[in-house]
Ligand binder design. Sequence first.
Ligand code: THU
Length: 139
Amino acid sequence: MEKALVQKLIDTAIEQLNFSYTPYSHFKVGAALLAKNGTIYGGCNIENAAYTPTNCAERTAFFKAVSEGVRTFDAICVVGGKDGVLTEYAAPCGVCRQVMMEFCDPDSFQVILATSREQYDVYTLRELLPLGFGPANLA
Ligand code: THU
């Protein structure tokens, strides 16, 4: 992927930190999901007083897209940290990896983990979810 597009995804994910609703953990996460049609869907984590209804930033982005009829994706960028300070990569949780598995080709879908415009690494979904179970297993 072109560096300019990676940086746009990183910028979008960082912007999403402003919307993150985290009165309990104070751990803010932002995501930017790139659809194959070129649209970028932002997402933030949304916590809840009952804790388990909390939605991760990645799933917020996926559900925004899918709820609008968009189901094919090339990449997602994820950033996060305590109080929104980006010191380490915020890798997607297992539930979010499974949601990616539902809609993405594990060998080509790219997961970009970043702490800044300059500091990022790119993984395939397959690297993050080896031996994953997905729609192909039910075909
Ligand atoms: N969180 C995400 O948004 N994405 C992840 O993949 C990991 C965890 C959120 C959920 C919760 O609001 C906070 O980070 C602490 O777990």
